[in-house]
Design a protein around this ligand. Structure first.
Ligand code: PXP
Length: 241
């Protein structure tokens, strides 16, 4: 088990600004991203959603200009988002499904159904030097197709495992292990994310071949009590063997 990289998703810092209609200048996204970096974040993750419910285009602009760590841009597979990614050239793009009504990204990308559009997007973004991860449910057919589509990584959706109770918890864990093993065998980097808190992060670090996690909501919630820098540094401890 090597060093697992921590990407901090700061969408919900922007949510707090948005709940007042975006009329406040606080919380400051760059300031909070820098706090996360001081806490040990090795990457900042943001999801620029079509409905702009939290992160705004200006946030991407500001972060692209000033941030000292790589940006991982979560985005839907749309022409508009590909154009934005081409302009700002984040280090990574994580392709995700997006539904307007959902509270958060509910499931993984159906890379089989959408293979043509995804293949096209992957090629265009990679030609600019952007690396691609595909956010997928931990199912073998999704992993196999992700490899065929030429992505560098899969981000395994951990939400179902996090929410699972009783005997289903072990079943969902085994599903993640199988998916991670297959991804690694096919030459894909293994990332994971969604719903991870301190408790689940202490377990997910044992997932075979895991090299990166992206965590947002829990960190912003813990930050209310201890500040973002500390919540991130505590999360880093959870990733240590
Ligand atoms: N990874 C992906 C692809 C996501 O869509 C999200 C949620 O925006 C996360 C990670 C972070 O999830 P959470 O906020 O539950 O930690």
């Amino acid at each position: 088990m090597g060093n697992i990289q921590l990407g901090v998703n700061i969408d919900h810092v922007a949510t707090l600004r948005r709940v007042r209609g975006g009329t406040t200048s606080y919380p400051d996204i760059l300031e909070m991203a820098n706090e996360a970096v001081l806490g040990g974040a090795q990457q900042i993750t943001i999801h620029l959603r079509e409905d702009r419910r939290h992160i705004q285009l200006e946030d991407l602009q500001v972060l692209s200009k000033s941030l000292k760590v790589p940006i991982n841009l979560e985005m839907a597979v749309t022409e508009a988002m590909i154009r934005i990614a081409k302009k700002y050239k984040p280090s990574w793009c994580c392709l995700v499904p997006e539904k307007r009504q959902e509270l958060t990204t509910e499931g993984g990308l159906n890379v089989i159904k959408q293979r043509r559009a995804i293949f096209h997007a992957v090629n265009r973004l990679q030609s600019l030097g952007i690396e691609i991860s595909l956010f997928v449910d931990p199912d073998l057919d999704m992993i196999d197709m992700s490899a065929k589509l030429g992505a560098e990584a899969v981000e395994l959706h951990t939400g179902t495992w996090v929410a699972a109770k009783g005997t289903n918890k072990e079943k969902q864990w085994k599903r993640l292990v199988r998916a991670a093993t297959r991804a690694h065998d096919l030459g894909l980097r293994v990332h994971a994310g969604h719903g991870l808190d301190y408790q689940h992060t202490k377990v997910i670090r044992k997932l075979p071949h895991l090299v990166e996690v992206n965590i947002g909501h829990s960190l912003v919630c813990y930050a209310l009590k201890i500040g973002l820098r500390k919540s991130v540094s505590e999360m880093k401890k959870c990733l240590k063997p």
